[in-house]
Design a protein around this ligand. Structure first.
Ligand SMILES: Nc1ncnc2c1ncn2[C@@H]1O[C@H](COP(=O)(O)OP(=O)(O)OP(=O)(O)O)[C@@H](O)[C@H]1O
Ligand SMILES: [Mg+2]
Length: 450
């Protein structure tokens, strides 16, 4: 269900935004508007739908409108045009009292520049939201101390923001937002001043928090790896206009334009994409057949491997023609389940990087098995090749905009010895084509001939 709806929102900064809006509606772009009228187009005709319990990431270059967009959600900014609905309520129609209540209870925000109170201690900064909610001192200090500890600042409660480093101040801002228990968290570059280790821990913690409490989190970042790691959906803004909204896999595999393509160009796809993206239905599924029937089905199908499932759909193992013939010839009349070889399996939420050695080392497509034992598909080595090595291609019909700051680049193939990096030689099924190594950050390419 959609919790936050942004409908055709435009924000123009300047002295007469309405007259500038007429020009924008007539087709004037950001650069021209600024040059001709001195108005800045913050965001332009943005529509979005953010689901309850989603981590929704907003990305874009500096100045693309990320902070402007997120600030509309709690009405720190009013739009020049358009509508914002939260839980079906039009936030623009909230009166002062309702707005205060809404900001106190529904949404809390971590600001890009921390926004801490300089004359309050760390403890009182973190407890601030609770204080405004009327929570008593003992309780709010207890809660605040828990969050201070969670963000790694135990012992700093009595210090003042100016006594902390930038990254520490950012963590105070984060603890303050988390302490209020609001169900929507707005986080503007909340992790950008953290060092990599703490940052990675905070990312994990955020995902855990969301899993546990089903908070809705709108998260702005410059860092694509961060976006791909935590985002259920990612929106990419360019010059105030939405280029694309999609799942990490959508964004990686089908970038809508050259700007998005450039963002994702160097992503380590093997680490980001999960097995469910590449799993396919098996060609031959065998259940309660006799061995003879299973052998007949196998011969008719022309498949080398059949996958045996129980009557309840649980994965049992795989069989080959040889194994079936051997079992039929043997004394003892074994059942199909007894003949099936359980072998290696993978799970749908594993990264491709994790399963790659197994998929390449196994002489048949590796089964994907759910936590309840269900048989959810198989992974063909070729399918891995397709997603890891496919060139990032923008639809042919989409022309690069003349003022696009970045273009998807075609690179000359370079020799690759990176296969030494734990990566097996290409599978014959990968065919003869120019490939891009999705495993290696950077631009390694190779022409593989089958
Ligand atoms: N208060 C303001 N007055 C005038 N122009 C503004 C104001 N706030 C933002 N802008 C303009 O709106 C555009 C978008 O700014 P915004 O701060 O939303 O970008 P951003 O994507 O958050 O960038 P960054 O990654 O650098 O934080 C910019 O061109 C900026 O100059
Ligand atoms: Mg910003």
């Amino acid at each position: 269900m959609s919790l936050i709806e942004v409908k055709n929102v435009t924000k123009i900064f300047g002295t007469d935004p309405q007259s500038a809006l007429t020009k924008v509606k007539a087709g004037m772009g950001k650069t021209e508007l600024l040059a001709e009228t001195g108005h800045t187009l913050g965001i332009h005709n943005v529509s979005l739908s953010i689901g309850q319990g989603e981590i929704f990431v907003i990305m874009g270059l500096s100045g693309s409108g990320k902070s402007t967009l997120i600030r509309h959600f709690n009405r720190l900014i009013d739009p020049t045009d358009g509508q914002i609905l939260v839980d079906g309520d039009d936030v623009l129609s909230l009166g002062q009292k309702e707005l205060e209540h809404f900001r106190r209870k529904r949404m809390s925000m971590v600001f890009q520049r921390f926004g801490l109170f300089p004359h309050r201690t760390v403890l009182d900064n973190v407890a601030y939201g609770l204080e405004v909610q009327g929570v008593g001192e003992t309780e709010r200090h207890e809660k605040a101390n828990q969050w201070i500890e969670t963000v790694g600042l135990a012992g700093y409660g009595d210090q003042y923001p100016s006594q902390l480093s930038g990254g520490m101040q950012q963590r105070v801002g984060l603890a303050r937002a988390l302490a209020t228990d609001a169900d929507i968290l707005l986080m503007d570059e909340a992790f950008s001043a953290l060092d990599p280790l703490i940052r990675s821990q905070m990312q994990d913690q955020l995902v855990e928090l969301q899993d546990q409490f089903q908070k809705t989190i709108v998260f702005i970042t410059h860092d694509l790896d961060e976006a791909l790691k935590i985002g259920d959906k990612i929106a990419i803004l360019k010059d105030g206009v939405l280029s694309q909204v999609g799942t990490p896999a959508d964004i990686l595999m089908n970038p809508a334009d050259d700007y998005v393509a450039e963002f994702v160009r160097d992503v380590n796809r093997a680490r980001v994409l999960t097995v469910d993206v590449v799993a396919k239905p098996p060609k031959l599924r065998l259940s309660s057949e006799t061995l003879d029937k299973a052998l007949g089905a196998m011969r008719r199908s022309g498949e080398d491997v059949g996958y045996v499932v129980s009557s309840s759909g649980a994965y049992v193992g795989h069989v080959t023609e040889d194994a079936l013939e051997g079992a039929i010839a043997s004394p003892g009349d074994p059942s199909l389940s007894e003949v099936a070889d359980a072998g290696d399996v993978v799970t749908a939420d594993s990264s491709i990087e994790q399963v790659l050695p197994k998929v390449l080392d196994t002489d048949h497509p590796v089964p994907v098995v759910g936590p309840d034992g269900s048989f959810d598909g198989v992974v063909y080595p070729d399918a891995l090749g397709e997603v890891l090595y496919a060139d990032v291609q923008v639809d042919e019909g989409v022309d690069a905009q003349a003022d696009a700051p970045v273009q998807a680049k075609k690179k000359t193939p370079e020799p690759v010895d990176a296969l030494a990096g734990g990566f097996a030689p290409p599978h014959p099924g990968w065919g003869s084509k120019e490939l891009r190594c999705g495993l290696c950050p950077g631009s390694l390419r190779q022409r593989y001939d089958a």
